[in-house]
Design a binder for this molecule. Structure first.
Ligand code: ZN
Length: 219
Protein backbone atom coordinates (compact mmCIF):
# COMPACT_ATOMS: atom_id res chain seq x y z
CA UNK A 1 0.00 0.00 0.00
CA UNK A 2 1.28 3.46 -0.87
CA UNK A 3 1.15 6.68 1.12
CA UNK A 4 -2.23 8.42 1.02
CA UNK A 5 -2.56 11.54 -1.09
CA UNK A 6 -4.67 14.58 -0.28
CA UNK A 7 -7.10 14.52 -3.20
CA UNK A 8 -10.76 14.01 -2.17
CA UNK A 9 -11.47 10.35 -1.48
CA UNK A 10 -13.03 8.25 -4.20
CA UNK A 11 -16.31 6.50 -3.33
CA UNK A 12 -15.82 2.74 -3.29
CA UNK A 13 -19.41 2.30 -4.52
CA UNK A 14 -18.69 4.43 -7.61
CA UNK A 15 -15.63 2.49 -8.71
CA UNK A 16 -15.98 0.14 -11.61
CA UNK A 17 -16.58 -2.50 -10.42
CA UNK A 18 -17.48 -1.21 -6.92
CA UNK A 19 -14.70 -2.08 -4.48
CA UNK A 20 -15.81 -4.43 -1.69
CA UNK A 21 -14.87 -3.33 1.85
CA UNK A 22 -11.57 -4.64 3.28
CA UNK A 23 -12.89 -6.85 6.08
CA UNK A 24 -9.49 -7.75 7.52
CA UNK A 25 -10.01 -6.21 10.98
CA UNK A 26 -11.22 -9.38 12.76
CA UNK A 27 -13.30 -7.06 14.94
CA UNK A 28 -16.27 -4.99 13.82
CA UNK A 29 -14.82 -1.77 15.28
CA UNK A 30 -11.59 -2.24 13.32
CA UNK A 31 -13.39 -3.22 10.12
CA UNK A 32 -15.23 0.05 10.59
CA UNK A 33 -11.96 1.94 11.06
CA UNK A 34 -10.91 0.42 7.72
CA UNK A 35 -13.86 1.98 5.84
CA UNK A 36 -11.29 4.39 4.47
CA UNK A 37 -8.01 3.19 2.99
CA UNK A 38 -5.50 4.06 0.29
CA UNK A 39 -4.49 0.74 -1.27
CA UNK A 40 -3.02 2.39 -4.38
CA UNK A 41 -2.11 5.79 -2.98
CA UNK A 42 -5.44 7.57 -3.48
CA UNK A 43 -7.90 7.56 -0.59
CA UNK A 44 -11.06 5.47 -0.97
CA UNK A 45 -14.18 6.01 1.16
CA UNK A 46 -16.72 3.24 1.79
CA UNK A 47 -19.29 5.25 3.78
CA UNK A 48 -19.44 8.58 1.94
CA UNK A 49 -23.27 8.65 1.79
CA UNK A 50 -26.20 7.19 3.71
CA UNK A 51 -26.68 4.64 0.97
CA UNK A 52 -23.01 3.62 1.25
CA UNK A 53 -23.34 3.33 5.04
CA UNK A 54 -26.38 1.05 4.74
CA UNK A 55 -24.48 -1.01 2.13
CA UNK A 56 -21.52 -1.38 4.47
CA UNK A 57 -23.73 -2.42 7.39
CA UNK A 58 -25.26 -5.00 5.05
CA UNK A 59 -21.81 -6.27 4.02
CA UNK A 60 -20.87 -6.97 7.65
CA UNK A 61 -24.28 -8.62 8.30
CA UNK A 62 -25.46 -6.00 10.80
CA UNK A 63 -28.44 -5.62 8.46
CA UNK A 64 -30.15 -8.23 6.33
CA UNK A 65 -31.56 -7.46 2.87
CA UNK A 66 -35.02 -6.78 4.31
CA UNK A 67 -33.68 -4.32 6.92
CA UNK A 68 -31.55 -2.54 4.33
CA UNK A 69 -34.48 -2.19 1.95
CA UNK A 70 -36.90 -1.03 4.62
CA UNK A 71 -34.42 1.53 6.01
CA UNK A 72 -33.90 2.89 2.50
CA UNK A 73 -37.63 3.30 1.96
CA UNK A 74 -38.62 4.59 5.44
CA UNK A 75 -35.79 6.91 6.50
CA UNK A 76 -35.25 10.10 4.45
CA UNK A 77 -32.07 10.05 2.35
CA UNK A 78 -30.93 13.34 3.93
CA UNK A 79 -31.10 11.76 7.42
CA UNK A 80 -29.10 8.76 6.21
CA UNK A 81 -26.51 11.10 4.67
CA UNK A 82 -26.24 12.93 8.00
CA UNK A 83 -25.73 9.57 9.74
CA UNK A 84 -22.92 8.79 7.24
CA UNK A 85 -21.19 12.11 8.05
CA UNK A 86 -21.57 11.34 11.76
CA UNK A 87 -20.21 7.86 11.17
CA UNK A 88 -17.09 9.29 9.50
CA UNK A 89 -16.62 11.75 12.40
CA UNK A 90 -17.05 8.88 14.89
CA UNK A 91 -14.55 6.77 12.94
CA UNK A 92 -11.87 9.47 12.95
CA UNK A 93 -12.51 10.21 16.64
CA UNK A 94 -12.02 6.48 17.39
CA UNK A 95 -8.80 6.42 15.35
CA UNK A 96 -7.50 9.26 17.55
CA UNK A 97 -8.64 7.48 20.74
CA UNK A 98 -6.80 4.29 19.74
CA UNK A 99 -3.64 6.27 18.96
CA UNK A 100 -3.85 7.92 22.40
CA UNK A 101 -4.42 4.62 24.21
CA UNK A 102 -1.63 2.90 22.28
CA UNK A 103 0.68 5.66 23.45
CA UNK A 104 -0.46 6.26 27.03
CA UNK A 105 -2.76 3.38 28.02
CA UNK A 106 -6.43 3.51 28.97
CA UNK A 107 -5.75 6.44 31.30
CA UNK A 108 -5.74 8.49 28.07
CA UNK A 109 -9.53 7.96 27.86
CA UNK A 110 -11.25 11.13 29.06
CA UNK A 111 -14.79 11.55 30.45
CA UNK A 112 -15.59 13.41 27.20
CA UNK A 113 -14.64 10.29 25.21
CA UNK A 114 -17.06 8.13 27.19
CA UNK A 115 -19.77 10.78 26.82
CA UNK A 116 -19.18 10.86 23.04
CA UNK A 117 -19.71 7.13 22.72
CA UNK A 118 -22.58 6.99 25.23
CA UNK A 119 -24.44 9.66 23.27
CA UNK A 120 -24.45 7.39 20.22
CA UNK A 121 -25.35 4.29 22.28
CA UNK A 122 -28.35 6.17 23.68
CA UNK A 123 -30.00 5.96 20.23
CA UNK A 124 -30.53 2.23 20.69
CA UNK A 125 -34.10 1.10 20.11
CA UNK A 126 -35.07 -2.55 20.02
CA UNK A 127 -37.86 -5.02 20.66
CA UNK A 128 -37.48 -8.30 22.47
CA UNK A 129 -39.31 -11.28 21.00
CA UNK A 130 -39.78 -14.92 21.97
CA UNK A 131 -38.85 -17.15 19.04
CA UNK A 132 -38.21 -20.82 18.29
CA UNK A 133 -34.52 -21.60 18.83
CA UNK A 134 -32.47 -22.53 15.74
CA UNK A 135 -32.39 -26.25 16.66
CA UNK A 136 -36.21 -26.23 16.58
CA UNK A 137 -36.47 -27.82 20.06
CA UNK A 138 -36.86 -24.81 22.29
CA UNK A 139 -37.51 -21.13 22.54
CA UNK A 140 -35.22 -18.18 22.91
CA UNK A 141 -35.51 -14.48 23.65
CA UNK A 142 -34.14 -12.38 20.81
CA UNK A 143 -33.45 -8.67 20.76
CA UNK A 144 -34.13 -7.03 17.39
CA UNK A 145 -33.10 -3.47 16.54
CA UNK A 146 -36.04 -1.45 15.21
CA UNK A 147 -34.05 0.86 12.87
CA UNK A 148 -36.53 3.66 13.44
CA UNK A 149 -34.11 6.53 12.87
CA UNK A 150 -30.84 7.06 11.02
CA UNK A 151 -29.00 7.60 14.33
CA UNK A 152 -29.68 3.97 15.28
CA UNK A 153 -27.42 2.81 12.45
CA UNK A 154 -24.42 4.01 14.46
CA UNK A 155 -25.39 2.09 17.60
CA UNK A 156 -23.88 -1.32 16.72
CA UNK A 157 -20.71 0.45 15.53
CA UNK A 158 -20.42 2.41 18.78
CA UNK A 159 -21.11 -0.81 20.73
CA UNK A 160 -18.22 -2.50 18.91
CA UNK A 161 -15.95 0.44 19.77
CA UNK A 162 -17.09 0.26 23.41
CA UNK A 163 -16.23 -3.46 23.37
CA UNK A 164 -12.66 -2.74 22.22
CA UNK A 165 -12.25 -0.02 24.85
CA UNK A 166 -13.74 -2.05 27.71
CA UNK A 167 -12.68 -5.61 26.89
CA UNK A 168 -10.02 -5.43 24.18
CA UNK A 169 -6.43 -6.49 24.77
CA UNK A 170 -4.78 -3.32 23.48
CA UNK A 171 -1.49 -4.98 22.51
CA UNK A 172 -3.52 -7.06 20.03
CA UNK A 173 -5.18 -4.00 18.47
CA UNK A 174 -2.62 -3.08 15.85
CA UNK A 175 -1.93 -1.34 12.60
CA UNK A 176 -0.52 -3.19 9.60
CA UNK A 177 3.29 -3.09 9.74
CA UNK A 178 3.56 -1.58 6.27
CA UNK A 179 4.17 2.07 7.24
CA UNK A 180 2.20 3.25 4.20
CA UNK A 181 -0.83 1.09 5.08
CA UNK A 182 -3.58 2.52 7.28
CA UNK A 183 -5.46 -0.71 7.98
CA UNK A 184 -6.03 -1.94 11.53
CA UNK A 185 -6.74 -5.43 12.86
CA UNK A 186 -7.31 -7.37 16.07
CA UNK A 187 -4.66 -10.06 16.22
CA UNK A 188 -6.55 -13.28 17.00
CA UNK A 189 -3.79 -15.58 15.73
CA UNK A 190 -2.60 -18.26 18.16
CA UNK A 191 0.91 -16.92 18.65
CA UNK A 192 -0.20 -13.27 18.32
CA UNK A 193 2.36 -12.67 15.59
CA UNK A 194 0.07 -11.22 12.94
CA UNK A 195 1.92 -8.41 11.16
CA UNK A 196 -0.10 -7.53 8.09
CA UNK A 197 -3.58 -6.45 7.15
CA UNK A 198 -3.44 -9.26 4.64
CA UNK A 199 -0.64 -11.66 3.68
CA UNK A 200 -1.57 -11.22 0.01
CA UNK A 201 -1.46 -7.40 0.10
CA UNK A 202 1.17 -5.93 2.45
CA UNK A 203 2.68 -9.25 3.60
CA UNK A 204 3.50 -10.27 0.04
CA UNK A 205 4.79 -6.82 -0.81
CA UNK A 206 7.18 -6.99 2.18
CA UNK A 207 8.31 -10.48 1.15
CA UNK A 208 9.05 -9.33 -2.40
CA UNK A 209 10.94 -6.25 -1.10
CA UNK A 210 13.04 -8.42 1.27
CA UNK A 211 13.78 -10.82 -1.61
CA UNK A 212 14.98 -7.90 -3.77
CA UNK A 213 17.26 -6.67 -0.95
CA UNK A 214 18.74 -10.16 -0.51
CA UNK A 215 19.28 -10.45 -4.26
CA UNK A 216 21.02 -7.05 -4.34
CA UNK A 217 23.27 -8.03 -1.43
CA UNK A 218 24.25 -11.25 -3.21
CA UNK A 219 24.95 -9.49 -6.54
ZN1 ZN B 1 -1.45 -3.45 5.13
Amino acid sequence: MNAPTHSPPQRASEMSPPLAPFLVGDHLALDFLNTTASPRGAAIEWIATGRDLVGWLRSVDLLDDRDAESIGSRIPAADLDTAASEAIALREWFRGVLARIKQSGRAALLPDDLARLNKVLAHEASVTALEPSPDGHGLRMVNHPIWRSAGELLVPIAAAMADVLAEGEMSLVRRCENPACTLWFYDRTKGHRRRWCSPSMCGNRAKVAAFRVRKRLKA
